[in-house]
Design a protein around this ligand. Sequence first.
Ligand SMILES: C[S@@+](CC[C@H](N)C(=O)[O-])C[C@H]1O[C@@H](n2cnc3c(N)ncnc32)[C@H](O)[C@@H]1O
Length: 304
Amino acid sequence: MKLKGKVALNPRMDAAASNSTMPYFDALLRRLAENEPDAQLAFGRHVHWGYWTDPEQATGTAEDYAVAAEAMCRETCDAADLRHGLRILDVGCGFGGTIASLNERFRNVDLLGINIDPRQLARARHLVQPRRGNRIRFVEGNACALPFAAGMFDVVLAVECIFHFPSRDDFFAETARVLVEGGRLVISDFVPAPETAATLHDYSAGEGGIVERTYGKVDFFCTLQRYQELAELAGLQNLGSRPITPHTLPTFIFLRKHHRASPVPEEARRFDRATMRLEVASRMGWLDYTILRFQKPRRLAARA
Ligand SMILES: C[S@@+](CC[C@H](N)C(=O)[O-])C[C@H]1O[C@@H](n2cnc3c(N)ncnc32)[C@H](O)[C@@H]1O
């Protein structure tokens, strides 16, 4: 990937203009437009949790966070058994960080990112250029109504975004449609423990819905059992899941520090409180950061 310096996004392309329902992205885009160094480093490429092989080694710096965010991207992508020459769709692609990483690692790949927020896509298009032999496109659209023909992709990725989508059922149906037979879907999501669903529900709705007022609509209530049902309904095979919460926990230390450094005091307080709620849910084991894998089965060849 070729990264072109710092990107000065038009701050006038604001939340109202894009109908944004994700206050955390409004704040991040503003801090990036102001060229805040830690925001650039930690969230200029990926906007997701970090992965530390050894969480004890986390240093709490923006540099360390950027390395951990790239490691999370790789942990997720590698669950899709990628190789050169594939057609890969990254749904909810953010600033194009996953596409950028794949572009650096694989040859002769078709990489397509889709996102509902044109401000993020503008940044992605500016930052990510295809290596020779690769092809990259960023498209505006909804994960639940994919503007692509059937069987267009070998792999669909949804990195830390499915909880925002209007409907997981629609996303699964759409993914099953656009995948080739044998194609794979990999998702990273916060998966609730079934026995603590009620506690989690009450807790995340606390302080006047502070989690939603910060992170927008987030549905953290899809259990592994429900994922199994979604896969069956869509005709996908469940290839299993990998819980990785302990490897992600240093995220909270950095994220809360980042939020508290916001120059807008009300925002600093609210974002810190909302993130603290997610931290408690994760440390208590109510929510498990999980990588999930699915496959579209190959139809058996008709017998002669
Ligand atoms: C936490 S960010 C993750 C971004 C990116 N996957 C990454 O890992 O850096 C969640 C992303 O989901 C996108 N998103 C939310 N709702 C969406 C929808 N209905 N369709 C497509 N993208 C959506 C947001 O705009 C945002 O980019």
